[in-house]
Design a protein. Sequence first.
Length: 280
Amino acid sequence: MSTDGLPDLTDTDIKSFLETAPLYSSRRFKLPMMPRQSLRIEEIDSFCEICKQIRPFHNNVQRSTQVNKAVGAAFLLPVQLSTGKCSFSFSCVSCKKSIRIYLVEQIVDDGTLTIQKYGQLPRGGIPRDQTLQKFLRDDRDNYEKAVICLSHEFGIAAFAYFRRIVENNIYRLLDLLLEDLQSSGGDEEHFNAIQSLREASPMSEKIKIANLALPGHLKPDGLNPLGRLYQVLSEGVHNLPEEECLKKAKATSECLAFLVSELASRKEHRARFKSMIGEL
């Protein structure tokens, strides 16, 4: 099995996997060149429900060493990772009461290491963007299905649902953009470009217009989330691999969340400012 393109396994990778990987998801790495007996790491970070903040959690299992006393001296045996299962238990360094437990399967095969999380306590929640959830209140069913598929890394399904969400809500998003431009005194060029996206035209033309339609404050580092959303509408899911669909689903979610939250925040700030000035 080729290891080309696979990352080297590090403690940082294991930490990130335990903290963020959905249940039953897996990751592949190159088998470490230096002998490594286990996937053990000393610390993760997690929200402590008792301390009410993000805290370090330390490993509860005492480190064990294999000792060879055949020549009258103890030394570590260079044992390499092998296929099997392992468990992790961490406790909050502050309260000592909050516990995190993870069960992981590891498969070693021809220079590669695949790890899969098959157990976790307490059960991980499914993250939802509250602003986006509010914006999609009339499309809640599709949004719930999309975030569930995303949380389980079902890439093809997640991308299909997010594509449908964009299709169902693109005109509402354009209305928000037009309202923002009108309230903030945006230039006529951007206003006309967003208006033209409502007109019937080939999707390739809409992508070009969308990439020019946003004012600078809605394009972080020149990245255009509206153009990306229109590109999503032009893409099918049937011929894309699972991993590619997963990347596109995550990107679509981030583009929507960024635009909606930025526009909602600017609207709220304008209303607060007008209210305060009006009282003077």
